[in-house]
Design a protein around this ligand. Sequence first.
Ligand SMILES: Nc1ncnc2c1ncn2[C@@H]1O[C@H](COP(=O)(O)OP(=O)(O)OP(=O)(O)O)[C@@H](O)[C@H]1O
Length: 230
Amino acid sequence: MAQDHGSARAGEALLQLDGVDLGYGDRVILPGVSLTLHRGERVALLGRSGAGKSTLLAALRERLADSAAWCPQADALVPSLSAYHNIYMGRLHAFSRWQNLVNLVRPRRAAWHDISALAAELGLAGLLLRRVDSLSGGQRQRVMIGRALYQNREVFVGDEPVSSVDPRQASQLLALTEQRHSTSVVALHQRELALQHFQRIIAIADGRIVFDAPVDTLDRSRIDALYAQR
Ligand SMILES: Nc1ncnc2c1ncn2[C@@H]1O[C@H](COP(=O)(O)OP(=O)(O)OP(=O)(O)O)[C@@H](O)[C@H]1O
């Protein structure tokens, strides 16, 4: 089930960009971006490597602030800590400093219970006490997704969250994020997943949004053209 976020109404605008230049310091990567994200939408960002997907995600996250359950690329994990502790970090903000300190030495019962249940859904059962640097790339991605889901926030924002798993597993993991988040914005490289799991595709190329359209109005060739050799 998607989480209940108070009196949230599907279709409401969650954020709006109106001709905003996005980039890093003085370096503009995506000039004049205009878009609106609505509650209840599932949006995939597509584009070649370096096109600007992460740049757009950063701008959306900044504006969504505490509404965003952020799932960065898996190298954002702490390698020397366990899968359990990496997932727990998703909710450090919700507990006292003392609780977090105690948990580092010995997992707190309630947190262990919740994270074990989540791990079972993610296919991480039995791996929670393993250091993250002893896990496979796909397992690390599951931990990263677990951390984001454990944040318990309204909008799932993912930067290539399923790039290291096979298509069937990727589909299962995206389905899990959908159960818990009615709104999502996810950068992907897998076109098929974008078509299967998302309602709207924002495509980025050459420093601009080349289309932003509902999936059911898109011709497959427009998506393929994004990845054509130049
Ligand atoms: N911190 C930064 N400072 C300056 N430029 C950056 C920074 N991060 C990324 N860039 C540049 O911004 C452009 C867009 O990068 P971005 O990471 O948004 O692309 P992407 O579509 O997410 O790529 P990928 O699929 O490889 O993750 C690239 O030219 C990149 O070199």
